[in-house]
Design a protein around this ligand. Sequence first.
Ligand code: PLP
Length: 366
Amino acid sequence: MTTATATSTRIYNFSAGPAVLPEPVLKQAQEDIWNIQNSGVGVMEHSHRGKVFDAVMQETEANCRKLGNISDDYAVLFLQGGATMQFAMIPMNYSGQGRTVDFLHTGTWTKKAIGEAKLFGNTHLAFDGTDCQFDHVPASGEINYSDNPAYVHYCSNNTIAGTEYSSVPDAPAPLVVDTSSHMFSRPIDVDKHALIFAGAQKNLGPAGCTLVIIRKDFIEQANPDMPMMLNYKKQMEKGSMLNTPPTFPIYIIGEVFKWLLDLGGLDAVHKLNQEKAKFIYDAIDNIPFYSAVAQVESRSLMNITFRTPNEDLDKKFIAEALDQGFSGLKGHRSVGGLRASVYNAFPKAGCEALAAFMADFATKNG
Ligand SMILES: Cc1ncc(COP(=O)(O)O)c(C=O)c1O
């Protein structure tokens, strides 16, 4: 029985990723998989060099630029290898020759990036959140940069810890950001960054594509001796088509961009995301049965982490929630607890319904 559903066949999916996609996008895709733009051929069956896919690619890039207010100073690339490939591709291109890369270490995803960067050069933790269990992102007074870093890497939304920066950190070097789990969930200050990357499978589309927005003058500073797939300049010159690109993920990302523009763009989406998250944070704050994981000023609008009084109750919560039509509420295996991921496409009614379930569960188990 799915008492919390918007339709009889789809339940509220709080998965951290791959994650919920907008229903209008899925409906359009159902048609286009069969026959896109009356071409008599489905979107996945078109040559990436043909007119139909070329138009999809052009429109997707143009709408990305429109949404993020991205100038021609930046290249917009659609790459493969996930966000994890960027953890290696960036230091391969920009560290080495005795240079140091500075990291603001805020959890699992910066740990992985640090591990990859160590393969290519020196690293320095300008902030290390380990001792506070990554319960917040750094205030400016907590950051100590090294002398002359090659670049600074941070993760603007920490999917597992449930923390998010509310503003872009000041940095003494080109700033690189992993925005995988909140890309286009709110306005983004592109001009403060040299490179922005996001795996698609949370807020942008299906797994299999990584959006990279990179300043063209930063591309010029990259190591030219890279294999072509790892060479930002070659990827830019060939419009992300050095080889067959992930055509279907790019098509879906394009449809998601149109949906975001129809919603009113990033200011409107941000407002909606604030309203959505408030239902759940209010339940956490107002019901003493629950405790928050992230510090208030660092709370993520996308990944809401919390706990019941003990692990047994966490398990019971997850099981009973699933019975009621709420899936994906288990915290990441490395930290336990509970996590509600409420990306752009997650419906507001689902947040309200979860808050009501939380109140009911606390009454019965408190
Ligand atoms: C913030 C962040 N960065 C990187 C990754 C890794 O992404 P991918 O699986 O696309 O390599 C994830 C995945 O959950 C993530 O949440």
